[in-house]
Design a protein around this ligand. Sequence first.
Ligand code: UDX
Length: 447
Amino acid sequence: MKISVIGCGYLGAVHAACMADFGHEVVGVDVDPEKVSKLAAGIPSFHEPGLEPLLRKGVDGGDLTFTTDKSALSQARVHFIAVGTPQRGGSYAADLSYVWSAVDDILTHARPQPDGPLVIVGKSTVPVGTAQAIAERIAEAGLDAVVVWNPEFLREGLAVQDTLTPDRVVYGLPDDHAAGDTARSALDEVYAPILEAGIPRLLVNYPTAELVKVAANSFLATKISFINSMAELCDATGADVSRLAEAIGHDDRIGPKFLQAGIGFGGGCLPKDIRAFMARAGELGVDQSLTFLREVDSINMRRRDHAVELASTMAGGRLVGVKVAVLGLTFKPDSDDVRDSPALDIAGRLWGRGANVVATDPAGAEAVRALRPDLQIVDTADEALDGADLVMLLTAWKEYVAIDPAHAKSLVATPRVIDGRNVLDPQRWTDSGWEYRGMGRRSGPSA
Ligand code: UDX
C-alpha cells in the first residue's frame, strides 16, 4: 500500500516508521525542514526507545522517505493525518489549524490511484464532530475520497510497541455503507499484521471514534487525580497512599495501573485533551457532563503547589538561597518531552521563590536549556547533589530511583529528600540518615 503520513512529530514519525515496517511504501510529509532532514537520514528528532532501528531499516531499504515537498502526496492512496492539536492560546479548546491545513494539502496534491479510491485517515486527537466536518469539506471540494477516523493510543516511551501491537484498533466509519466498506478494507490491508495477530478491531461511527480517544485519556487522568486526592487524605491522616493503591488495585475492577500518586500528570496529551474535551462539551451544551474534569485538573495542579510548599517547609519556611537539587525535568521517564511537565513547572516555581535550583535530566536537558535558560542544568545527578540543602526527585528515571542513599548523603549539605513520584524506599533512605518525604506516604514503616 502506498501511504502518506502528514505531520512527523511523535505520532507521525513513529506511525510512518511502523507502517514501513509492515511492508508499505511510506512518505512522511512535514513543514519543518530540520526534522525532515534528520528523519530522512534515519535519525529520530526526539527520544523514543526502539524508533531509530525501525527508521534506519525503512530509510535504508527505500520504503520510507521524508520530505517537505507536499507534491509527494500525489503518489499515495492512503493519507494519514497525524499533525498536532495543541491547546489554543487563551482558551481551553484545541487548535485545529494544522488539521485543516493537512486537509488543504490533500485537496491540493492528492491524485486518484489505480488500486482503489483514496482514503483519508484521521489519527490526530480532535474535538468530536471534526471527522464529519472534514468529510463534508472533502465532498464539497469534489475529491473522490473516504474519510475514516482511527485514533491512536500510543504512550511516549512505548510508542513503537503501542503502534506495532496496540491493545485495540478503532475505525470510525462514515454512515454510508459503501464508503464505509472501502475505508474498512483499505485500513484492514494497512493493518494486516495487527489484525492477523488477533488484536481487537472495533468498527464504530465518527463521533464514537473521536470520543473513544478523549474518553480514554479522561479516564486515565481521573485515575491519577483520584489517587492524588487520596494522597492528600493520607497526608492528613498518617495513612500511606502507596499501600492504599496496592490494596485497592488487587480488586480487578480497579486494577493496579495508573495509581501512582505523586506530582501529577503532564505531557502533550492528558492535560490539553481533558481541557479540549471540556471546551467541546460546553459548545455542545453538555458542559455539566464533564464538570468533574475541572476537579481532575485542579487536583492535578494542586500537586505542584503542594510540592513547592513542602520544599519550603522542609527548608525551614523559606526558599531564598536554598540549594535545591532537582532530579528529572521531563514529564515522565524515557522521554525527552518537557511539554507541561510537572517537574519543570516545580523547578521554575522554586527558582521564582528564590531557591538556587540545580537540575539534571538524562534526556530533557537540551529542551530545558532552550526554554528556561535561567535554570542551572548540570549533566549528572552527582553534580546536582553536590552541596544541596534539599533533593527533589521529580521524574522517575531508573538511574534516580537506583541512587544509593549513603552515596547521595556523602555529597549533599543536608540530607533531606522529597520523593515526588513515590519511587524511593522510605525505610532505606530514613535508615541512611535522610529526612524523607513522599507524596501521601509515610517516611517510616507503613505497617
Ligand atoms: C497518554 C496516554 O497514556 C496515551 O494512551 C495517549 O495516547 C497519550 O497520552 P503519555 O502522554 O505518553 O500517554 O503519558 P502517560 O504514560 O499516560 O503518562 C502521563 C502522565 O501521567 C505522566 O506525567 C506520568 O508521570 C503521569 N502518571 C502516570 C502519574 O502521575 N501516575 C500514574 O500512575 C501514571
